[in-house]
Structure formats: structure tokens, C-alpha cells
Design a protein around this ligand. Structure first.
Ligand SMILES: [Zn+2]
Length: 54
């Protein structure tokens, strides 16, 4: 597996929805019915929160 490039990392951020807080992100996951598969993480690129699937 090759390491993700900076561009790929940025893409991972920009194509995702941003949330103001962890709570907002988890709320959105709950509404989508995917809360159990989702975790929110603080994005180092934009400083907002994204949902990550694990
Ligand atoms: Zn981001």
C-alpha cells in the first residue's frame, strides 16, 4: 500500500461534509442511521469535524 499523498489527504477532507463540533457530526450520523459505524474526528486540515467509517 502506498502512502496517501498530500493531495489525497486534502481530497479526503474536501469531499467530506464538515461539522462545527463532534456533537454535530455524531448527530448527523444518527440522523443517517449509521451512528454505530461512524466516528467523528477532528480534521487537521480544516479544523472542523468529519465522520469516519471504521
Ligand atoms: Zn477537513
Amino acid at each position: 500500500m502506498k502512502k496517501p499523498t498530500a493531495d489525497e489527504k486534502r481530497h479526503r477532507c474536501t469531499r467530506k461534509r464538515r461539522y462545527r463540533s463532534e456533537g454535530a457530526a455524531l448527530d448527523a450520523a444518527l440522523v443517517a442511521g449509521v451512528a454505530r459505524q461512524r466516528k467523528a474526528y477532528r480534521c487537521p486540515l480544516c479544523g472542523h469535524w468529519h465522520l469516519a467509517s471504521f
